[in-house]
Design a protein around this ligand. Structure first.
Ligand code: ADP
Length: 489
């Protein structure tokens, strides 16, 4: 038997999953980590806790499977993207908490860039002007944390995304990242696939603190017991591989903390005119890089966590389905969870959340339903942008991620978009994608074509709502989005 391990370091938790050659899940283990919220708009993670959890879940899953680490043919790593950590090579310890992708502390820095610099960032990186990406977070760490500045000057600092932190620890000192993660820093040039000197100067990040950019699928290093570490891939791109989206036009939407829709554009760099990002999809070893268009939505599943943790109308995320199903519709309530501004296709860091259309008859069930609808409407916003950019009318959408366990949400999604929604058997496609990329690197699978055969449909949903009602409600959603804008002066 062949086993491949996949470490999935996500926004809320870290898991280790062990797959076999047929992509069957053999065992998994998972641990949540602390969300550190020092002030409004700031979100941090403890890098040391993340590495400790990674080791624990690896040991936990191996124990459940009755395996030793050295029984694994390879390990792949996938991770929350953009989140940025600085550490000291002499001590191996983080110099500050990681600044998480949702953190908006650098919104003003980004807004204050000159118009020509903004244009250059967008053109060279394919990204948008937002505090979301790593470069402004790196700039903040270097200029605001004394120990980071000192370590940079002494040549002891390493600054990178979470893939590089995990690899550095797991390999005992290899410092590398892959094109998918690097494409989210706003420092990598989409054409050269290398750090761009002008962007490094603009964000004040010295080349010497950054990792080497390598492919998504190759042996970067081995663990102390000789297991090849053979993939590094950002979580959303991992899901593309896990969903076998290897053809031009293949797309998927992942429902997690946020929602992320990607479409494969092949070896062509397609630039969006509708608010999407151009990003790396993957680079498998020496094969040419493949690009994607991406619609990123910041708050979807985390709005359900907010109902649970801050508002308290449910006691677990899965309870939202029953509560929302207890009413036929949202009773005219619209909820736009623009907690930290709006990402695609709006890119407005001045937006904040709204709950509108309330009446004396509104109940917590209407609010729960409005929260599920918000996930679906935000997904429609980015899928409409994708259709406009690619001039292709979508007839179905492949979905995955934790929140796709919610069948009502899947039905609402189909109703809101008027297309079929298709869920595969494995919804943990991010971890599966990292396992695939690692297996391809060491020859367990010969080609992406081999992996398509592993994809199996679980269920599909078709729209039941009339097109007229669908568009009426969507216009109200757009009106609710308008209400969120220009809130932060
Ligand atoms: P990530 O990898 O981003 O941490 P997951 O894929 O594990 O996320 O998905 C977890 C997210 O999905 C959480 O934000 C949670 O609130 C949401 N979620 C989980 N189950 C459900 C459900 N049944 N209905 C709606 N949302 C859910």
């Amino acid at each position: 038997m062949t086993f491949i391990g996949s470490l999935d370091q996500g926004t809320t938790s870290t898991r280790f999953m062990i797959f076999d050659h047929d992509a069957q899940l053999i065992a998994s283990d998972q641990l949540e980590h602390r969300q550190i919220l020092p002030q409004a708009g700031w979100v941090e993670h403890d890098g040391a806790q993340i590495w400790a959890n990674a080791q624990k879940v690896m040991a936990g899953a191996l124990e459940k499977a009755g395996l030793k680490r050295s029984d694994l043919a390879a390990i792949g790593i996938t991770n929350q993207r953009e989140t940025t950590l600085a550490w000291d090579v002499t001590t191996g310890a983080p110099l500050h908490n990681a600044i998480v992708w949702q953190d908006t502390r650098t919104a003003e820095f980004m807004n204050d860039l000159s118009e020509s610099d903004k244009k250059s960032v967008i053109h060279k990186t394919g990204l948008a002007i937002a505090p979301y990406f790593s470069a402004s977070k790196m700039n903040w760490l270097i200029n605001n944390v004394h120990s980071v500045k000192v370590a940079v000057q002494a040549g002891n600092a390493r600054i990178g995304t979470i893939d590089s932190w995990i690899l550095w620890n797991l390999s005992g000192g290899t410092f590398a990242t892959d094109v998918t993660n690097a494409s989210r820093t706003a420092l990598m040039n989409l054409e050269t696939l290398d750090w761009d000197p002008d962007l490094l100067a603009l964000f004040g990040v010295p080349r010497s603190v950054l990792a080497d950019i390598r492919s998504t699928s190759e042996v970067y290093a081995k663990t102390s017991d000789g297991v090849p570490i053979a993939s590094l891939v950002g979580d959303q791109q991992g899901a593309m591989i896990g969903q076998a989206c290897f053809g031009i036009g293949d797309s998927k939407t992942t429902y997690g903390t946020g929602n992320f829709a990607l479409v494969n554009t092949g070896t062509t760099i397609v630039r969006s005119t509708h608010g999407l990002l151009t990003t790396l999809c993957y680079k498998l070893g020496d094969a040419p890089a493949v690009y994607a268009l991406e619609g990123s939505v910041a708050v979807t599943g985390s709005a359900i966590q907010w109902l649970r943790d801050q508002i308290g109308i449910i006691s677990s995320s899965s309870e939202v389905e029953g509560l929302a199903a207890s009413v036929a519709d949202s009773g005219g309530v619209y909820f736009v969870p623009a907690f930290s501004g709006l990402f695609a296709p709006y890119w407005r860091s001045d937006a904040r959340g709204v709950l509108v259309g309330l009446t004396r008859a509104t109940t917590k069930a209407h609010i729960a339903r409005a929260a599920l609808e918000a996930i679906a409407y935000q997904t429609r916003d980015v899928m409409d942008a994708m259709a406009a950019d690619s001039k292709v009318t979508l007839t179905q959408m492949r979905v995955d991620g934790g929140a796709t366990a919610n069948n009502l949400l899947m039905q609402i999604q189909s109703d809101v978009m008027g297309i079929e929604v298709v869920r595969p058997k494995v919804i943990e496609t991010t971890a599966l994608g990292a396992a695939y990329a690692a297996g391809l690197a060491i020859g367990i699978w010969k080609s992406p074509q081999d992996l398509r055969n592993n994809w199996h449909e679980d269920q599909r949903w078709s729209a039941t709502q009339s097109p007229v009602l669908r568009e009426e409600k969507y216009l109200l959603w757009k009106k609710a989005v308008e209400r969120t804008l220009n809130w932060i002066e």
